[in-house]
Design a protein. Structure first.
Length: 134
C-alpha cells in the first residue's frame, strides 16, 4: 500500500491540477465560463470511474489510519480542507502569471477534450501499476 501512495497521489493531483486551472481560467476569463466548465465536464465524464475510485481509495486510507468513526470523520474533513487549500494555492499561482494563464486558458477546452489529456495516456506506467488487469 505505501508503495502505491505516491502513484495514487500523482493520479489524484492531475485531477486537482485541472480543477485549479479551470477555476483560474473562469476567474481570469469569466465570459468563457460556460465553455471552460463544459470542457472540464467532458473530461470528467471520461474519468468519472477513475476520480471516484481515487476518492474512495483516499477515504479508505484515512479510515485505516483513524481510530473509530468520529476520528475518521474529523480526519476526512481535514483532508478535504487540505485538498481545497492546495487547489486554491495552485489557482492563485496560476493567476499570478497572466500571460502564461491566458495561453493555458485558450488551450484548456481543446486540451481536456482531447484523449491526450486522459490520465491513462498521461501516466501510463502509474495507471497500469494501480489498475492492473485482473
Amino acid at each position: 500500500l505505501h508503495d502505491a501512495l505516491p502513484i495514487l497521489a500523482t493520479l489524484f493531483n492531475e485531477h486537482q491540477r485541472l480543477l485549479a486551472l479551470r477555476d483560474a481560467c473562469i476567474t481570469a476569463q469569466p465570459e468563457k465560463k460556460a465553455d471552460l466548465s463544459e470542457a472540464y465536464q467532458d473530461w470528467l465524464n471520461r474519468h468519472v470511474r477513475i476520480v471516484d475510485d481515487l476518492d474512495n481509495r483516499f477515504a479508505a486510507i484515512i479510515k485505516r489510519a483513524s481510530k473509530g468513526q468520529a476520528e475518521y470523520t474529523k480526519n476526512y474533513g481535514k483532508y478535504q480542507a487540505e485538498v481545497l487549500q492546495l487547489r486554491e494555492e495552485s489557482k492563485k499561482a496560476l493567476l499570478a502569471d497572466k500571460a502564461k494563464l491566458t495561453q493555458q486558458c485558450n488551450e484548456f477546452p481543446a486540451y481536456v477534450r482531447h484523449p491526450k489529456s486522459d490520465i491513462p495516456a498521461m501516466f501510463p506506467v502509474e495507471f497500469k501499476t494501480i489498475y492492473r488487469p485482473r
